[in-house]
Design a binder for this molecule. Sequence first.
Ligand code: PGA
Length: 250
Amino acid sequence: MKRKRIVAGNWKMNKTLSEVRDFINEVKIARDNDVLHIIACPFPFLQEFYSGAKKRDLDIHLAAQDCHHARSGAYTGEVSAEMLTSVGSRYVVLGHSERRQYFNESGELLKKKVGTALESGLHIIFCCGETLDQRQAGMEKDVVLGQIRESLFHLDEDQWPKMILAYEPVWAIGTGETASPDQAEEMHAYIRSQLPDHIKGQVPVIYGGSVKPSNFTELLSRDNIDGGLIGGASLSAASYSELSSLATAI
Ligand code: PGA
């Protein structure tokens, strides 16, 4: 089965309601069965994004940026996986390095979140990646393997098709410094080699860390790089539209 190319925007804690509306009105999404478009939107705007995109008939899927590990209950301020599907989210991003770093999310907690999200019918963009210190110590592959092993290696055969893996080296996120296509390809091939045999060729592995229109095509041209998880360059409609058209041009 041929893997699709993925253009996944991650807006993080950015935008107001009117900015979300402007994005939906201005963005141009190239229609292409081989390309999957996703935007990970802040919680308050999920429903607005879903209905706005539907109204414009945009071929784009909605993701949330996190969910709680419990199905429901007394967790003031938290958001459940079921709430996300009820407002049109198809995906959830889990394990982003900012969540691991600033909110102390452990591999064990992420394993629980993955389970609850899958039970609720969500697909998952699961992030992994090493810090600069870890890369300089030559530990990057062990770190990344440890992250996916701890949170994902228990999954059943029928759960893997709901996973997208995102390799995001922490030193490349928001820094303007991108992993070279060779560095990214090497890690993507390694990640793929560690996945269960029956699913190896099918799970998309996307790259994140200062992806922009000027480096996207080269990254996408590598065998094991199936797309991007894009922060800063997904915020403007013009830039996201350009990334979409580059992905369809390949
Ligand atoms: P960036 O963020 O593209 O701004 O580096 C990527 C991410 O954190 O997903």
